[in-house]
Design a protein around this ligand. Structure first.
Ligand SMILES: [Zn+2]
Ligand SMILES: [Zn+2]
Length: 304
């Protein structure tokens, strides 16, 4: 199985001279089996270039499958610019967390209402289909086995373990560490004191994530913040590479991919982050790779 990164940024796109090497587009990853089955994970602005590539590869209408972690802008903004949407006969199945999917049609449709975008969802040639996913409930798409994983993010997010071709990888974005409850509180109000039930729920969420990652070859993880930045914004819903390493160490994952980079981290700083965590990972027996736009990784038991 291979994975290709079409957008590796969190929050908002950052085109410009300081991001040419790591890329400025927001979250979007394509995964592909040897037989050519593909899955798209997240629909950030990187999805536009992916759509153009898929259209060049196969001008015939196809059925695309898009797994969403959640519906924050940096994870859906590319969808209206995904060129297959405008090819009659195309079918697009969108999968998202139960809570979001209750209103997924309205959320995606709402973002393309005529005030915001010239072509509303109901008017595009492609046929959209929406599916709810539930953490722990696995399902199959073509040659892939998909297992959704609950994550700790404002109003909830879901990660995915994806198995195919005898190999596996996991997409763990967006998530904070499991120390504050984020899914039910307002962004500006910050964390409230934890109740005993909250602590149990967070511990269970963390345990379920670690258990799902056992046996996974490569983990792509939200490492938006450096530790000093995290200390200032603990309730923004993102992790540090240190927190990702800790989870990967417990799950005995051999390859960790840093992902969902802060838009404020330019190429030179990204080089320093990549070098620092490659060396920290090496000390723990984990191969740490820093994702960049356009990067393709082969995933397999023998390592990335
Ligand atoms: Zn995000
Ligand atoms: Zn988010």
């Amino acid at each position: 199985m291979q994975i290709t990164f079409w957008g590796v940024r969190g929050s908002y796109p950052v085109p410009g001279a300081s991001t040419v090497r790591y890329g400025g587009q927001t979250s979007c990853v394509e995964t592909r089996t040897a037989s050519g089955d593909t899955l798209i994970v997240d629909a950030g602005t990187g999805m536009r270039a992916l759509g153009n590539k898929l259209s060049r590869e196969s001008p015939q209408p196809r059925h695309h499958h898009v797994l969403l972690s959640h519906v924050h802008w940096d994870h859906i903004q590319g969808l209206p610019f995904f060129s297959p949407v405008y090819v009659p006969g195309t079918k697009i199945s969108v999968y998202a967390l139960l809570t979001a999917a209750d209103e997924l049609h309205q959320v995606i449709g709402g973002s393309t209402r005529h005030e915001f975008f010239p072509m509303p969802l109901e008017a595009v040639p492609a046929v959209f289909e929406f599916h709810q996913v539930e953490p722990g409930v696995e399902f199959d798409i073509n040659g892939f086995r998909v297992a959704p994983i609950a994550l700790n993010h404002p109003f909830g997010a879901v990660g995915y373990r994806i198995d195919g071709d005898g190999s596996s990888w996991a997409y763990v974005s967006d998530t904070a560490p499991f120390t504050d409850v984020l899914h039910k509180q307002h962004f500006l109000s910050g964390p409230e004191p934890l109740t005993e039930d909250d602590k149990l729920a967070l511990a269970a969420m963390r345990d379920a994530l670690v258990r799902r990652l056992v046996g996974v070859d490569t983990v792509v993880y939200d490492t938006h913040f450096l530790p000093d930045e995290y200390a200032k914004f603990p309730h923004y819903g993102h992790s540090t590479p240190d927190q990702a390493l800790e989870i990967c160490l417990e799950a005995q994952v051999r390859t960790l991919v840093l992902y969902h980079h802060a838009p404020t981290h330019g190429d030179d700083q990204m080089d320093r982050i990549a070098a620092e965590y490659r060396s920290q990972g090496a000390k723990r027996g984990i191969n740490v790779v820093t994702s960049s736009e356009g990067m393709t990784l082969m995933v397999g038991p023998e390592g990335t």
